[in-house]
Ligand binder design. Structure first.
Ligand code: ADP
Ligand code: NA
Length: 332
């Protein structure tokens, strides 16, 4: 009943990193190239759940747009938008926050992680963020949502919200979207702490490889990445209990488009002093063309703004009718 349609988004709140690239953007480009209908978003309304400096937000949105394009998302093939320029996202979010239950929101682990100990001081927006994310997806009738593992719970919540809407109003209006979480890099970990994911919001810049880092910085961050002292194993089972080693091997595997076992077939037996320079060389070779292209695109911010304005027009041809029909179903 529903045509396959892909939606995903990234927050314009700080530097794009290797986790965003391997876990998200690179896969966005791959789905586009398979000929699927794809819509990719800079989710600025999500970014402001935590205070953002206004000048930084505008610049981060352009940088993110440049990152998408540099990594292979083609604004002709995909619809590329900034969330706040497509007002139907926020309008449907209100409906979704009336459908979702408080208890469902309270179970979201990301709120607990992001709000920290002082949850009473977190913004209300940070708490209801998953209702906005549900609207982002459902306002396109999207069926597939490529994300990293950290977003799985939110996509499952989106399914619950869609199902409840359909049930409450006796319709089969919203599809139940599937999270698409595949490959060796669905959860790239911090270079400084193998128990935390690599994240934009980590205060330690050494914890992540930013897409815009230069070659020396990338090499230095990898050289200083935390590890144990054993040689790499030749089979995946040997990575058990070695979170940091597993993470670096996973990154190597993802960057070279191979499975973990194929990768260990090559690098098994190496010491970190031998493996890290190989990893750095591969990371630089893959990321340098992307950061060069990002810099080239960012030299013409007006062109990026034009791309986003055109994307918003195309998006609203889809979101306008879907929101209109949702309101009709509700009796508005
Ligand atoms: P961040 O957590 O760094 O602020 P976002 O929340 O904007 O990033 O996430 C954007 C996309 O990147 C999501 O699909 C998310 O699952 C993915 N992602 C973020 N961090 C990682 C990571 N460390 N490994 C794999 N995917 C990630
Ligand atoms: Na995230």
């Amino acid at each position: 009943k529903f045509t396959p349609r892909v939606f995903s988004g990234i927050q314009p709140s700080g530097a794009l990193h290797l986790g965003n690239y391997l876990g998200a953007i690179r896969r966005f480009a791959a789905m586009q190239d398979k000929g699927m209908e794809t819509i990719y978003c800079m989710v600025d309304l999500h970014a402001i759940t935590v205070w953002q400096d206004p000048a930084d937000l505008a610049q981060s949105t352009r940088t993110l747009c440049a990152g998408y394009i540099a990594a292979g998302v083609d604004p002709e093939k995909s619809i590329l938008i900034n969330q706040s320029q497509v007002p139907e996202h926020a309008e449907l979010a209100w409906v979704m926050s009336c459908v979702a239950r408080m208890g469902w929101m309270k179970r979201m682990t990301q709120f607990k992680d992001k709000a920290g100990k002082n949850a009473e001081k977190a913004s209300l927006g940070l708490f209801v963020y998953p209702a906005l994310m549900a609207a982002d997806i459902l306002v396109y009738h999207a069926t597939h949502v490529p994300v990293g593992e950290d977003q799985k719970q939110h996509v499952e919540l989106t399914r619950d919200i869609a199902a409840k809407f359909n049930h409450d109003y006796g319709v089969d209006f919203f599809p139940l979207p599937d999270p698409v979480i595949e490959g060796t890099a669905t959860r790239v970990m911090s270079l400084r702490d193998g128990s935390k994911k690599m994240s934009k919001s980590d205060p330690s810049d050494a914890s992540r490889i930013n897409l815009m880092d230069d070659a020396d910085t990338i090499a230095q961050k990898i050289r200083k990445a935390r590890t144990d002292f054993d040689a790499l194993p030749s089979e995946a089972a040997g990575l058990e209990g070695r979170a940091e080693a597993r993470n670096l091997v996973n990154i190597y595997a993802a960057l070279s488009d191979r499975t973990l076992d194929e990768t260990l077939g090559e690098v098994g037996g190496l010491q970190f002093s031998e493996f890290k320079p190989k990893l750095a060389e591969l990371a630089v070779a893959q990321l340098a063309p992307i950061s060069d292209e990002m810099r080239r695109l960012l030299a013409d911010p007006a062109e990026i703004d034009r791309i986003l304005a055109a994307g918003a027009r195309r998006a609203r041809d889809i979101t306008g009718p879907i929101l209109g029909r949702a309101y009709e179903i509700i009796g508005m």
